[in-house]
Ligand binder design. Sequence first.
Ligand code: NAP
Length: 279
Amino acid sequence: MEEAAGSLPPLFFGTFQLRGEEASRATQQAMELGYRAIDTASIYRNEEDIAMGLAASGVRREDVFITSKLAPNEQGYSKAMSALTSSLQRLNTSYLDLYLIHWPGAAKTPLESPANKRLRLESWQALEDALKLGMIRRAGVSNFCVRHLQELLACSELVPCVNQVELHPACFQEELLRFCEAHKVQVQAYSPLGSPAGVQSLLSNADVLRASKEEGVSAAQVLIRWAMQTCGSAVARSSNEQRLAENLETTQVFEHDESTDTQGNRLVTKYCWDPSGVA
Ligand SMILES: NC(=O)c1ccc[n+]([C@@H]2O[C@H](COP(=O)([O-])OP(=O)(O)OC[C@H]3O[C@@H](n4cnc5c(N)ncnc54)[C@H](OP(=O)(O)O)[C@@H]3O)[C@@H](O)[C@H]2O)c1
């Protein structure tokens, strides 16, 4: 099977819920601090703002890894092709480093409908063609369960480079991690801090606080490091310059990888969306 592989940068600047001037300012700050990977999506409605922030930072396009995502209302071959073209225009770029199918389901389609599978396979065909056309450098998926991946692998020669999913100590998706490792699909952790809904709970978790004390680093740094150690790449978001810097520092501060391992925890609490019901 053909692989759309290539390793990912360890930490991405996440941009969910950042819009307008705030998104441009945070992007510029992230670039000036040293981030070189950005995660956006057409449903975040901030691709133009990110392009403005990137331009203002003076960092060259070719020095930044940009991910965007195909929205649930853009599923299907022709819609996917035109959605990608629009994302490229909004981001003011001729290619994406990574393009993901954001969600296994299609908008306005009942969860149990077989149309979900038909449309996402059509979308995947569009991503395969976009790769050949040079519009994207890597093709991947997001929020895919093992079942969704099995179906995709059965129908396509192209292995998704990435499955971006919610992953943090309260949401340790062991079966999915094993499946992805066996099939050479890199898992990327989103919401490593628990997203806004779970951040306070995770930052005050006893294991996290113990690791934080032992290492002399912040609780947020423990969580981001946990995600990077568990799957190799994480997407964390802050709109605050100091916290952006704190999060980026995680890529440098730890001397002993094992010391922050909190993998004993096998709870699965999803603070974002749950794709398990999508047919
Ligand atoms: N593929 C998908 O379906 C999907 C779903 C969700 C997220 N994502 C991607 O993953 C990114 C990250 O996920 P997320 O935004 O849900 O959540 P997250 O990064 O886990 O957490 C963000 C929350 O943590 C706070 N925070 C950030 N750094 C902190 C620090 N050092 N100390 C204390 N609090 C801190 C932020 O507040 P402040 O802004 O005030 O710092 C915000 O409330 C998203 O932005 C998006 O790019 C993808």
